[in-house]
Each structure stands twice: as C-alpha cells, then as structure tokens.
Design a protein around this ligand. Structure first.
Ligand SMILES: [Zn+2]
Length: 287
C-alpha cells in the first residue's frame, strides 16, 4: 500500500473515532451551564472529563441539545442537571439518556417568584456547597474506588467556599444600600442569604419584556433607595436596563449570574473569582 493511502486511512480513522457517536463517553460527565460545570469539576478533579453542553455565550434558559449530544448522553457517566425547571428539554430525552440524568440541587429548599420555582440556587454559596456534597455522593456511588478522593476534594472546596462567604459578609455589613436592581430575577437566593433585596427588570426568564408599569416602579425604587447602579448581565441584551438607568440618571454595571462565561473569561475566572467580583461591584455601587 502506498504511504499516501495509508495516511488517508489513518486520517479517516481519527475522524470517525472522535465523532460524538463512536467516542467513548464512559468517563465523561455532561453539565448544562457554567456554574454546574465549575462545581462538578471541583469534585471530579482528574477522574472524569467534565463537558459543558451549553455553547459559550448562549443563555442556558434558551438551550436545547442536538440529537448528536443526546446520543453522547446515553454512553456517558452522567448528565448532571440543575433541575427545578432550568432544563425543560430533559422531559423529552430517550430512556437511555434520561437514566443518566442527576439533579445536583437535590434536597435544596427552593422558593417561588411570581408562582414559578426559582432555579438560581447556585448563587447562594451555601447551596453551591450543598450541590458539591450531592455531586460527591453521586460520584462516590458510581466510582466507589475513588470515594476518598471525592470526599477530600469536597472538604477542600468547602473551606474555600466558607472563606468566600466571609469575604462577602465583610462587604455586605458595610453596605448602606441593600437593594439591587438586576436584569433578570437570578439573584433571589444570593440576596436572601446576605440580607439584600433584588429588584428585577425581567422575571425568571431573561428575555421577557417588562411592562411600562414595571419600568416606572423600578425608576421609583431607584430614587427611593438612592440606588446608583442598574446591573446588567453578560448574556442578556442590556437595552432595557440601559434605558432605565438613563431615565433614572444612574450608571450600569455587569453582574455575573454564572449561567455562562464570556469568551475572554474562560480559563481565567471561576465561581469564586466571579462571586468576589460581583460583591466588589456591589460595594462600588454603594460609594
Ligand atoms: Zn437565569
């Protein structure tokens, strides 16, 4: 056989074995958005490959997996979802894929906003720790030989998250303005944990259009609480928030919901660094 033909066969082999259908996903865990990806990675360490299925820059509320991804789910070690209605596509998965689904928010007490269960539990660092505990327990079950490894990772991360909570509490106790105007109602659990109040432009779905009455009420709240900043988000168009800020004569700044990362932040930022940035911005909005 000519060398050239051999090359073609090798090249073809490489393409086929790396396609979604033929690849071995038994050591892969799929997650559905950035915060979950971060939390799962902290516990799984080097024992599993963690793959986030929401493409960068896409709002996870709008995401639906392709047929190809669903095939990959079937052979994977797990599809770790947030649950609580965040991944509405989960109900339509074939049986082989849905058997791999695990909701990492299991056991977390949720609340409702406008009658709908609020999914954004990860923005309360205590709940993020609870999620990591759930992840640790699940991984210890499917890979019991490494149970000590997962327990150790969990204990180390818990220390880091406790430090984060202290860092946030130090900032919050000096705040004079306890109200935050935010783009969509993602910060309910975070605000509740630290004694703050979110005033949201959109509800739980980021792309809802607020009514003229809602906008008017927000502007009134900005004046009443002497709010200096309207917070927008990385993945949601800031148009309406900017209009409100303009009308109320205040600034805008970006808060991270951790639902996705911007291209420039990949590999540089993580849950802890972005939460610190969030509270630095909140501190700044108070001065
Ligand atoms: Zn959201």
């Amino acid at each position: 056989m000519k060398l050239k033909n051999l090359f073609i066969i090798f090249a073809l082999g490489a393409t086929i074995s790396s396609c979604d259908i033929c690849k071995d996903y038994s050591k892969t865990i799929f997650t559905t958005f950035y915060a979950s990806y971060d939390l799962v990675s902290r516990i799984a360490g080097d024992k599993f490959e963690v793959v986030n299925v929401t493409p960068n820059g896409l709002e996870p509320h709008d995401f639906e997996p392709t047929a190809r991804k669903i095939t990959a789910f079937c052979g994977s070690a797990g599809v770790f979802i947030n649950g609580l209605g965040m991944e509405s596509w989960i109900d339509n998965l074939p049986k082989e894929a849905s058997e791999k689904v695990f909701a990492i928010t299991e056991g977390i007490k949720t609340s409702k906003i406008n009658g709908i269960e609020d999914q954004h539990v990860w923005l309360n660092p205590d709940y993020a720790v609870k999620e990591m505990e759930n992840i640790k327990n699940y991984l210890s079950k499917i890979d019991s030989n490494n149970a000590d490894y997962y327990e150790n990772n969990y204990q180390n991360e818990k220390v880091k998250f406790d430090e984060l909570v202290n860092y946030i509490e130090d900032i919050v106790k000096k705040l004079t303005i306890k109200q935050l105007v935010v783009s969509h109602a993602a910060f309910g659990y975070m605000c509740e944990r630290f004694g703050l109040e979110q005033i949201y432009i959109n509800g739980l779905e980021p792309e809802e259009e607020p009514s003229a009455k809602t906008i008017e009420e927000i502007i009134k709240s900005v004046e009443e609480y002497k709010i200096t900043t309207v917070f927008t988000e990385e993945l949601v168009s800031p148009e309406i928030a900017k209009k409100i800020a303009e009308e109320a004569k205040v600034k805008t700044d970006v808060l991270y919901t951790l639902e996705g990362l911007e291209e420039k932040d990949i590999g540089k930022e993580d849950y802890i660094s972005l939460m610190k940035k969030n509270f630095e911005k909140i501190r700044k909005s108070n001065s």
